[in-house]
Write a protein that binds this ligand. Sequence first.
Ligand SMILES: [Zn+2]
Ligand SMILES: [Zn+2]
Length: 282
Amino acid sequence: MKLMISSKALYSTWMYYSPDRMLIDCGEGASTYLGNKSFAVKRVFITHGHADHIAGLWGLVNTRNNAMGDKEKSLEIYYPKGGKSVEEFINFIIKVNSDLKYNLSIRALDVGEEVILHRTGSAQRVIRPFRTHHTMSEVSFGYNVYEKRKHLKPQYQNLCQDEILKLVRNVGRDEITVEYEHKILTVSGDSIPIKLENALDTDLLAHEATFLNKNDRKGNNHSSIDEVLELAKSARAKAVILYHISTRYERRIKRLVNKAMEETEIDVPIMYVHPSKIFTLN
Ligand SMILES: [Zn+2]
Ligand SMILES: [Zn+2]
């Protein structure tokens, strides 16, 4: 299992990405469902401070303190800088859990910052927030996960191993390599369709699609399925996961998704998170 998502618009949304043991959002019920896996979570990235995305934080922090599991493991929570309700809620959680047995660190993130998720040799996996458009009262972020690698500059690619090692000794590794990054995951959070540049060439686009019928879309806070599929096409996303789907469509999701796929003539895999089922991707 690489990705596990539970998402029911206005009730609860959380997403567990197992390669980096991180949660994106932590709606109600996250730790209840994750059970033992709650102890595996290293980092939580919050998209915005609405209750359906943060209500499970208290449970997660508390479960990690009291349930059977490794209490030595630290937990890091990241949230959008300026996100007042997230901050207030986390402060409350810390206040009522003054005897935490593990290290809990909290950090406000800003656009332009990145967090290293994983490092092997010169390769890294990192996460970066980007700004989204949701409600006026809450600052909201989406997240991109990138894989970064160093490649030899073209002029050095035909050299043999000995020649390369010699160059590394003489001029240093940085001089003969270029950094290359690839977007492997894009998560929208709650938003109208995210900007094209944020979704461009992503392997997997997990985008909210609150409205599966474009005629139901009201206000300017959420996305409808046709907008998301058009974005995915323009962005050349290799696969799409629709989440944060309104419960009003519960019994006709498949039909509505198929209809939108036909209308937009999109030909990449489109998956969706049913509001009352846990979604998994291997
Ligand atoms: Zn929401
Ligand atoms: Zn929201």
